[in-house]
Design a protein around this ligand. Structure first.
Ligand SMILES: *Cc1c(COP(=O)(O)O)cnc(C)c1O
Length: 408
């Protein structure tokens, strides 16, 4: 018999993510004559559900969050060598579209207590070639979109909100995504709500909104094309096929009917865990701006290595031994440190915009010290809507016990 009983002595709670709501829509869907987004009702219903949460005028459902961001960037008609500012702690999806449009990702450092873009660092990174900022709401914690928008307006550049990790999060009481020029969301497997894979790009801007669909559908003008087949098959610009299909939309729409519940649970559980972590000197919980609400995609905290033997890695290992859903770190290194960036290996080993002299960017010389420090001492705790307050309290007790045991 194992005499050691972990503090978190119950199985990891797993939410039942799909059920009757999804089945009901899928059942209706199989009677449809078409599963194509332009003809079926599921994509339309998804957009209606989306607008109940995010009242934006122009909305296009697409194949992923990465696609949503790429569509927003394409709508800006970036020219080769123009620059887009991004944080170094994010998913590849924030930068893929920039590179495919032959623009240059410029990494600006983050705030130490959130991992979100630091407004001063963004200001310093703006050049004559800057066209946009892609601002991530990391782990569900809103970035300072108000300040970023003010800066973007002042400098005449666009603000794209990457809300992939922040479904249901609130910035100054309003859903994230309503402040920037574009809002981009993901339905991938790991997000708050999912249809396996999918995304949404949305905007209120009349300048971009009406053609979002063209940027995600081969530059086909289906609105005009219904009337004029010659126009439909005569694309004016280069655009990928990032369409969503009806089965994805049926599941995604059903998921959005549950968003309120899912987010409410995570907000409460996250706040509870925040209180536990804040009570332990040497641990730094995520700073949430007054007036903002994090929807806790996961719980990100930092471990002061000076105060705990073995630093972050030992802390995470000890938490796991206590049954807590902890892992050391988030992404292994800042995005600019990935092999693809270090080798500038973007297009068959080449980088045409640099070869053509349109940029002098060298990712081997890029350093964002705050992001690097954060990734070196952060730890993630899983939060999901199936957890109970009791479970979170056990995780909190495990955090306190491990801290006491490892304290120098
Ligand atoms: C998940 C994610 C994306 C990309 O979404 P996909 O649907 O996987 O393409 C983009 N940005 C961030 C911050 C993400 O977490």
């Amino acid at each position: 018999m194992n005499p050691f009983t972990p503090i978190v002595d119950e199985p990891f709670p797993r939410p039942q993510r799909w059920g009757e709501a999804e089945l009901e829509r899928l059942r209706r869907m199989v009677d449809q004559p078409s599963l194509f987004y332009w003809r079926g009702p599921q994509c339309g219903e998804l957009l209606a559900e989306f607008r109940r949460h995010y009242p934006l005028n122009h909305v296009f459902p697409c194949s992923s969050g990465s696609a949503a961001i790429h569509i927003a960037l394409a709508a800006l008609r970036l020219k080769p060598g123009e620059e887009v500012i991004v944080p170094p702690i994010t998913d590849m999806g924030s930068v893929i579209g920039i590179l495919y449009q032959q623009a240059v990702p410029v990494f600006a450092d983050v705030e130490p207590a959130t991992g979100n873009l630091d407004v001063g660092a963004v200001r310093a990174a703006i050049s004559a070639k800057t066209r946009a900022i892609v601002a991530v709401h990391l782990a569900g914690n809103p970035c300072d979109s108000t300040a970023l928008r003010a800066l973007a307006r002042e400098r005449g550049i666009a603000l794209i909100e990457d809300c992939a990790q922040a479904w249901g999060a609130l910035h100054q009481g309003r859903p994230v995504g309503l402040v920037g020029d574009f809002a981009c969301y993901s339905f991938n497997e790991f997000k708050h709500v999912s249809c396996g894979d999918g995304g949404i790009v949305a905007t209120d801007a009349e300048e971009y909104g009406p053609s979002l669909g063209q940027w995600g559908d081969k530059s086909y003008d289906r609105a005009g094309g219904e009337r004029d087949a010659a126009l439909l098959r005569d694309p004016a610009e280069l655009a990928p096929n990032y369409r969503m299909s009806e089965p994805q939309a049926a599941v995604a729409a059903a998921q959005l009917t549950k968003l309120g519940e899912i987010v409410q649970a995570r907000v409460q559980l996250g706040a509870r865990l925040h209180a536990h972590v804040s009570a332990v000197p040497g641990l730094v919980p995520p700073a949430i701006r007054p007036g903002d609400t994090s929807s806790y995609w996961f719980f990100l905290l930092r471990v002061d290595a000076e105060r705990f033997r073995g630093g972050r890695d030992e802390f995470a290992a000890a938490l796991r031994a206590e049954g807590a859903p902890a892992s050391a770190g988030y992404i292994p290194k800042p995005v600019y440190g990935y092999r693809v960036f270090q080798n500038h290996n973007f297009f068959g080993g080449a980088w045409p915009v640099r070869d053509a002299g349109l940029t002098t960017m060298d990712y081997r010389a890029v350093h964002c010290p705050i992001a690097e420090a954060l990734l070196g001492d952060c730890l993630t705790l899983t939060i999901n809507e199936a957890m109970t307050a009791g479970y979170i309290d056990k995780v909190g007790r495990a955090v306190a016990a491990v801290a006491a045991r490892l304290r120098r």
